[in-house]
Design a protein around this ligand. Sequence first.
Ligand SMILES: [Zn+2]
Length: 424
Amino acid sequence: MELLITGATILTCDPSEPDAFAGDLRVVDGRIAEIVARGDGTGDDPVRSDAGDRLGSPAATVIDGTGCIVLPGLIDAHQHMWEAFAPIMHPDTGMGPYFAEWIPKHAPAVTPDSLFETTSGALRRAIASGTTLTFDWCHATNTLQHAEAALAAAADSGSRYIFGYGPPVALGYYGSDRPHPAELEVFAARFDGRQGSRIRGAAALRGPDLSPPGVWRDDIERARAAGLPMSMHVSTRRNGPGSITALHEAGLLGPDMQFVHATDASDTELRLAAQADARFVVPAIAELITGAGDPPLRRMAAQGIPYALGVDTALASPPDMFSQMRAAALLVREAPWVDGAPPPGSAYRRILAAATLDAARAAWIDDVTGSLASGKSADLVVLRPLSAPTTVEEAYAQVVWSGDAARIESVLIEGREMLPNARR
Ligand SMILES: [Zn+2]
């Protein structure tokens, strides 16, 4: 199977593969085979018409990318997808009412069937807005069948997917001294040796913010023994700083850890985690809307610490990554400009990296996806911006500021067209 995208501005988001102001991208058997630049980025190199002859066989599917931007598929590194049945239905209330009222009302009512429907619908909407991978931090794991239902939904949707096996919040696990459910090991066994596939597993743990010390230590050791990387919420305004310090003092920090929020973590804690090669996800819109704290994006950018972006919850955040990038761009750009130069980390290519390669790294899958380079999976978006870009740098900014589901011409996952009925 061969597919060719011609004449597009190609933003590779990959340090080893140069961007192409005008270029062609060839996909063979689901992987990127070749990216060929046709211009030097100045915009005055004429687009040649023989690309199909040079690059593709006559049988190849050809997408005319003229006037379009090709970018890696976007990655939502943190969302509780089971909550997506109620988009923006929790306005003007914060985390207190969410835990005290919304969760007790809705979490026990989730069934495997309803979880399948919600997850399937949310993943399809995510794909339509350019998101090719979602890390689903699922705390609606009321039974093992719930987890199976979410995995079935992911398989059905065609999305790339990481299922974070969380503690069932409906059963009172948050803040309790019960160990993480034993189904974690059953779940992990399903993925034994299959972490290279489109659907992967992780442990979604309570960590020091939401469980007592003996419990979080055991949970972490169990996840490691089961061969699962792990994600945990740390240091929101509700809990304050200290979790990363506690993990550091326990000698447990490591590259298999992903920290979500860290809004109230100190600069020292951010550095400690980064030095241990732990990963960060900052779902900035949800943090601001629910009062979880100030997104630590400026502090991370100032220290050169990479981060991923995420939706967190459709209850309090638009479920597309273009919105998340716009919020991040504004937050980072709020830092002082020095000598007329924009603040550290505010270049639009850095913002797009937070939803592509850095997000793939935060989900331990950057060897497979997150950038456009030879050999990587053909997970990508073809976007038609408001006007054709005149430079590569302009194209990065256009992705952030004019990116929208309505402007997407094509989404590929493993080289497969996910929106066959999109306008073209
Ligand atoms: Zn969350």
